[in-house]
Structures are given as structure tokens and as C-alpha cells.
Design a protein around this ligand. Structure first.
Ligand SMILES: Nc1ncnc2c1ncn2[C@@H]1O[C@H](COP(=O)(O)OP(=O)(O)OP(=O)(O)O)[C@@H](O)[C@H]1O
Length: 710
């Protein structure tokens, strides 16, 4: 199979320092490509003809012979070397090391197109297309190790995660079963160690996310044992755990750089200076290959921003900033093309190589992607169908009589099995016959998905489960265990309250530049972000609350000034500066008080629809009960005016415009009836509302359910 790519070759490339042998072999070694990068001409490399992996390389390119060669037209690159060099992580070696080449005879060769587009994309100047461009590794160093070193930001406290017989159930209303409970996990056992990537695979609804959430401490464990370095979950562990959710939230109006910098400033310990924190953020940006889009807005549903893959990398960056020992990711590759998905998983491998433990759920990985995993848990309907080394999964299923009959991606084969689909697969004929005897439903004359599921669960419990349980029972050996434990329990002090306030204020002002809501929407809109950030103790709620209120002030004040200037002159109100200033002050007080009310409603419901419905009812009641629109308010409703900001503001405005020291207006029976005095009472009431409503909103926020339950 040949794959041709026509690219414009703009400039000749000179390779220096290549040995004769390297050139004669026709392979651009890492050294050669390093030289190219060193000359800053990597983007101009022209690949005109690329051979797939299963083809013998063409005769060496004569133009590359010798120590210094000029290449101006065409050259031939063995794609194996390009991928090894560019991604630094190609898997032929890994596959053979892990025994994949023996384990998956049906898999076939990895698709070369991914590799080629990988290579070509990395040369693209467009950020959306761009890949993570790793820095050139040193000649002698293993490129995998080199990348791993780069992605690691500091020494990691290794954490061995082990779990045994993890069960989970939820109470479901209206469930016919007597106990009214739905069993989501039936008992999963497994382990993953520093340097390893554990993939939790299975069909939709299999229980992957539930298991991930339990292991990360986000959901309380119902039954079973989970240990971290043979110790139970502690609060201090939270700081060592990074969790990237499937639909992770990031501020749409912040750039990639701003997002990671604010996260670094808020989350990194105070032992680092502001400059060091910013440096760490920019290191993460470069290690995740986000340099070219670092000044692009994240974007949201209605505003185009960075690509989906870049957004996922930003979310991962948000977590690895803290150098977590344990990294959990829920479907980090969903919605991504296979190349980008592979890149993300390769990045996870690099992160793991830095001594971290990585656990990820995944839906339908490609065969290449599958080969990146060290451990695998296959879940089907909440039961374990396999738990152990990923490379041993296929031999295991083959040993229980299930093998693919046609060339098939192992992940596809496993998901099919977990779904109970045995088309194009072998299934033990004896069992098939037995199952058919006792089963009503069948697929194409074979056993039904439930029968297949039962067989796989039983087979796993009879064979695999025991081995995994023995593995889990083995005590972990942690070098310098005492020191490690101390490090685990050590809580580094984070930013002070004032620092948190100042960072959140700056972030809020930036965000507010693009989007300015009515105060009712504030907390419902930011609920997801607030819940996520608070669940990892990113800042104090009071700092957030005050910063959020303060960051709204500029716009709260500028817009009414503009409005008032126009209205004041148009209506022809008292033309003196004192009256205008007092009117302005009253409007400010009124706005800030009414915003407090909006915040209370938003915080009480944390739901835009409910909050806006209530707000329209309350504001209408306040207006009508104030005695200005409806003069004869029913007696039983007269008290409402005293808690209405409209009532107090109107009275103040009247007082300013109809100054009773002037002759005339005060003689009017209407004004006399209002009994306008000095206005101190109204100001006091508005100030009390400004403070009181906000205090109430704060208390509502305090009881908000956070993402982390454990
Ligand atoms: N709190 C809950 N109440 C009721 N059912 C729940 C609850 N949490 C999970 N479930 C159910 O448990 C099953 C497993 O859910 P989970 O989200 O873990 O699946 P999943 O394998 O991650 O699925 P997907 O790949 O589609 O995200 C689903 O059937 C889901 O509806």
C-alpha cells in the first residue's frame, strides 16, 4: 500500500552531522531530524512519497549521502522513523515489549494514515490542525523517556491504587424490585501502579464513569475496599488527585494562557513566587503543545474558540499543573478524531512515565490507542468481564473460547463481547448449546446478549478474578515509605485570602469584558465552575463571592450613569449638581440592592428558569406594593413595601426632586402624604438590603452541593 502526499517543497534542507550509515540505510534517524529542527526548518520538510510500515524502504536517497547534503526536491522518509522521531512514542517497540504482536494476531498493521497525518499536522501552522510538537530529544536518550521527563513538572509522590470488590447501588423511585435499588457496580477488583495507565472500557451504561468517580473519591464508596499506597482515602489525598471530567468546565471568554495562569496562581502553593507559578503554567502550555493557541479564547457553544482536542488538553493541563500523583480522566478522547485521540493518550502515557498513576475511561479506542494501555478493566452491565494487563486480555478471552474470526481491532472485539454480540467471533459451542436449551431469546440462532454476559461474568469469576485479587492483596513496596506518607499528608499552604480575592477579581473582570449578565444569572451560570473549583479547595468561597460582586461593579455603575444623564436632561429634573449627584447616588444604591436580590434568587435555586420566574413575581410585587403605581394597596400587603428596594428608592428620588425647604411642592397633598423626611431611613434600608441580600446569597451558596462527595 502506498500513500502519496503532495506538498510544496519551499526550501532546501541541509542535514549536518549525519553519518554515512544513517543516510545509506535510508532512515532519518532521530539525530537527523534533531538536526533539521535545530536548523529551524522542520516546517519546510517535504514528504512527497511515504511508504507504509509493511513495505520495505526504497533505496536510500542518494542526495542525502555524505556528511552535508542538500535536499531541494524530493526525499523519501521511512514513516516508522518519522513517527518515532516526531511523536517520540511509536508503538512497534511497545507492542512487542507488551507482547501485543503475539497477543493480537488478527489486529493487522496499524493504519499508516494516522501516522502520516500526525506528521503532517505537526508541521501545520494552523493551531486547530496543529499537534503537540515535542521538543527534539537528545541523541542518546530514549525519546519516550525524554518526553515523559518534559511533561513532568516536579518529583511525584508515587501512589499505588488498589481496589477490591467495589460495589455501588442507588435508590431508584418507582423501581419494581422489592429493595428499590439499582445495582450499578457488582464488585470490581483491580490495581494500577505509578507509571501505568489503566483503561476502564465497556459499553455505554456499563458503569465506567461510576467506577472512575468512586476511585477518585468523588462518589462515596458503598461497599468494597479502595486503598492508596495501602492506606484509605484521606482529605489530604485530594491535593494529589487530578480529575478531568468528560464535559469539564472552563471559562469560555478566557484564553488558554489566561485559564492556565489563573489556575496556577490559585492552586499552586505559596512556596512558589508568582513568577514561578506563571512559569509553570507556560511550561504546561508548551508541554501540552498549546503554544500556538495560547492566546485563543477557549470558546463555548455560541462562540468558536480552540478545537475540541485543545480544549481537552487545557482541562488536562489544569490538573497536571498541580503535579498530581493520581490522574483520573473520564472519556478524554470522546468526540475526537483518531489522530487527536491517539495524541492525547500518548500524552497520558508520558504523564504516567513521570511516575504518576493514570486511570481513564474510554469508549471505543483504535487498536493503536488500545496498545498504549498497561492495564484494562472491561465492564459490562456493571460487572467485571476482565481486569488485568491489557496485553493479556486477548489471550484470556481466547482461553475461554472467545476469539475474533476476522481481523478486528481488539478494543472493538472486547466491546462487542461486553455487549453480548458474538457475531464474527468464536464462542464455546458446548456452552452455546447449553445456553440455547434454557434461553428463549437468541441472536441469529445463537445465545442472547444476556446469556453471553452471564457466561463472561462466570468465566471471569472462575479464572481471572482470583488472580487479580491475589495481586491486589500483595502489599505495595514504596521506597522511603515514611517520607512518602509524610509528603502525602503534608498540606501545602495555598494563596492567601487577599491573593485569592485579587486573582479572582482580575479573572472576573476579564470574563465580564465579554459577557455581562443580570445578577440573577450569575450563580446559575457559574454553578458548574464554582462547584468544580470549590471541590478541589481552589479558593475560599468568601473570596470568590466578594470578587464576583466587585468585578460586576464597574459595569453596574457605568451603564446607569449613561442612562441617568440622558433621562435627567430629557425629563428636565432639577438642574443643579447636588440634586443630580444625589439622584445618581440613589440610583446606585437601588441598583446594588436590587442586584443583591437577584443574587439571592440565583443562589437559592442555582437554576436560571426557576430564578427568573421568581424574580419577575417578586419585582412586580415590590413595585405594586410600593404605593406609587397602586395607591390603595390592600392593608394585609402594606408591609411588603418595607422590604422593597423600589419603595425606598422612589421616596429618596422624590425627596431630592421635591425639596420641602422650597415653597410649593410640599404643599401638595400627595407629597405631604408621603411624609418625606431627611431620607436617612431610606438610605439605611437600602444599605441593609445591600448587605442583607448578599449575606443571604452567600449562605445559599455555602450549602451548594460540591462535585466531591467523599
Ligand atoms: N445516580 C444514579 N441514579 C440512577 N442511575 C444511575 C445513577 N448513576 C448511574 N446510574 C446508572 O448506572 C449505569 C452506569 O452509569 P455510568 O455513567 O457509570 O455508565 P458509563 O459506562 O460511564 O456510560 P457512558 O459510557 O455512556 O458514559 C447507567 O445505566 C446509569 O443510568
Amino acid at each position: 500500500m502506498e500513500l502519496h502526499r503532495e506538498l510544496k517543497c519551499e526550501e532546501s534542507v541541509t542535514f549536518q552531522g549525519m553519518t554515512e550509515a544513517e543516510n545509506v540505510s535510508g532512515k532519518f534517524s532521530r539525530k537527523a531530524l534533531s538536526t533539521v529542527r535545530g536548523n529551524n526548518v522542520e516546517s519546510k520538510i517535504c514528504i512527497q512519497r511515504v511508504k507504509s510500515l509493511d513495505m520495505t524502504p526504497e533505496p536510500p536517497c542518494q542526495k542525502l549521502r555524505g556528511k552535508t547534503k542538500s535536499l531541494s526536491a524530493q526525499f523519501l522518509v521511512n514513516i516508522d522513523d518519522v513517527v518515532n522521531d516526531v511523536s517520540g512514542n511509536f508503538d512497534d517497540r511497545r507492542a512487542s515489549r507488551n507482547g501485543f504482536s503475539h497477543s493480537f494476531p488478527h489486529v493487522g498493521a496499524s493504519p499508516p494514515s494516522e501516522n502520516i497525518s500526525d506528521t503532517i499536522q505537526q508541521q501545520s501552522p494552523n493551531c486547530r490542525e496543529s499537534a503537540m510538537v515535542p521538543s527534539p530529544p537528545h541523541d542518546e536518550e530514549d525519546p519516550d523517556l525524554c518526553r515523559a521527563k518534559k511533561i513532568q513538572i516536579g518529583p511525584t509522590v508515587p501512589i499505588h491504587l488498589k481496589f477490591e470488590d467495589v460495589k455501588y447501588k442507588v435508590a431508584v423511585k418507582g423501581l419494581k424490585r422489592s429493595d428499590g435499588e439499582k445495582h450499578i457496580l457488582h464488585g470490581t477488583t483491580g490495581s494500577v501502579h505509578p507509571g501505568e495507565v489503566l483503561a476502564i472500557m465497556g459499553p455505554s451504561g456499563g458503569g465506567k464513569s461510576t467506577l472512575l468517580n468512586i476511585l477518585s473519591g468523588r462518589i462515596k464508596l458503598h461497599s468494597g475496599i479502595i486503598t492508596y499506597n495501602d492506606q484509605p482515602f484521606t482529605k489530604s489525598l485530594k491535593k494529589r488527585i487530578g480529575l478531568v471530567m468528560q464535559d469539564d468546565v472552563v471559562f469560555p471568554h478566557l484564553t488558554v494562557n489566561e485559564t492556565l495562569t489563573y489556575a496556577a496562581l490559585l492552586r499552586l502553593p505559596n512556596t512558589l513566587t508568582t513568577r514561578q507559578k506563571k512559569e509553570r503554567a507556560s511550561n504546561v502550555i508548551s508541554e501540552l503543545g498549546l503554544e500556538r493557541c495560547q492566546n485563543t479564547l477557549i470558546g463555548g457553544k455560541f462562540m468558536r474558540g480552540v478545537s475540541c482536542g485543545e480544549r481537552k488538553r487545557v482541562c488536562i493541563g489544569n490538573e497536571i499543573l498541580l503535579n498530581p500523583s493520581l490522574l483520573f480522566l473520564d472519556e478524554p478522547t470522546s468526540g475526537l478524531d483518531s489522530t487527536t485521540a491517539l495524541r492525547i493518550v500518548q500524552m497520558l502515557r508520558d504523564i504516567a512515565k513521570g511516575g504518576k498513576t493514570v486511570v481513564t475511561t474510554i469508549h471505543q479506542p483504535s487498536s493503536r490507542l488500545f496498545s498504549e494501555f498497561d492495564k484494562l478493566i472491561l465492564l459490562g452491565r456493571g460487572s467485571s468481564l476482565y481486569s488485568g494487563k491489557a496485553s493479556e486480555a486477548m489471550p484470556y478471552f481466547s482461553s475461554i473460547g472467545c476469539s475474533p474470526l476476522i481481523a478486528m481491532n481488539p478494543a472493538e472485539f472486547l466491546i462487542d463481547l461486553a455487549n453480548g454480540n458474538i457475531n464474527e467471533k468464536t464462542f464455546p459451542s458446548k456452552i452455546e448449546a447449553n445456553l440455547l436449551l434454557g434461553s428463549q431469546s437468541c441472536q441469529n440462532g445463537g445465545p442472547s446478549p444476556s446469556d453471553v454476559h452471564e457466561y463472561l461474568v462466570e468465566a471471569y469469576e472462575a479464572r481471572g478474578a482470583k488472580t487479580e485479587k491475589i495481586n491486589v492483596l500483595k502489599p505495595v513496596v514504596v521506597e522511603g515509605e515514611m517520607e512518602m506518607q509524610e509528603k502525602l499528608n503534608f498540606r501545602e499552604s495555598e494563596a492567601t485570602w487577599c491573593e485569592q480575592f485579587s486573582i479572582l477579581l482580575r479573572r472576573g473582570l476579564k470574563e465580564r469584558r465579554h459577557e455581562y449578565f443580570s445578577s440573577i444569572f450569575t450563580f446559575p451560570q457559574e454553578r458548574a465552575m464554582l462547584s468544580k473549583e470549590r471541590s478541589v479547595d481552589m479558593y475560599k468561597l468568601s473570596a470568590y463571592f466578594l470578587a464576583r460582586n466587585t468585578s460586576d461593579l464597574p459595569l453596574d455603575l457605568i451603564l446607569p450613569v449613561m442612562f441617568l444623564v440622558i433621562v435627567y436632561l430629557m425629563v428636565g429634573l432639577r438642574p443643579n449638581f447636588a440634586a443630580f449627584s444625589l439622584t445618581m447616588l440613589t440610583v446606585f444604591l437601588s441598583i446594588i440592592a436590587s442586584q443583591g436580590l437577584g443574587l439571592v434568587m440565583g443562589a437559592a435555586f442555582l437554576d436560571v428558569k426557576k430564578a427568573t420566574t421568581l424574580a419577575s413575581v417578586v419585582v412586580m410585587t415590590f413595585m405594586l406594593s410600593g404605593g406609587f403605581f397602586v395607591q390603595h394597596v390592600p392593608y394585609f400587603m402594606t408591609w411588603v413595601r418595607y422590604i422593597s428596594f423600589n419603595y425606598h428608592s422612589y421616596r429618596l428620588l422624590l425627596k431630592i426632586q421635591f425639596d420641602c425647604s422650597d415653597s410649593g411642592p410640599c404643599d401638595s397633598p400627595f407629597i405631604r402624604e408621603l411624609r418625606l423626611d431627611q431620607g436617612g431611613l431610606e438610605v439605611g434600608a437600602l444599605v441593609a438590603m445591600i448587605v442583607g441580600y448578599r449575606l443571604l446569597a452567600y449562605l445559599f451558596l455555602r450549602r451548594m452541593k460540591l462535585q466531591t462527595i467523599a
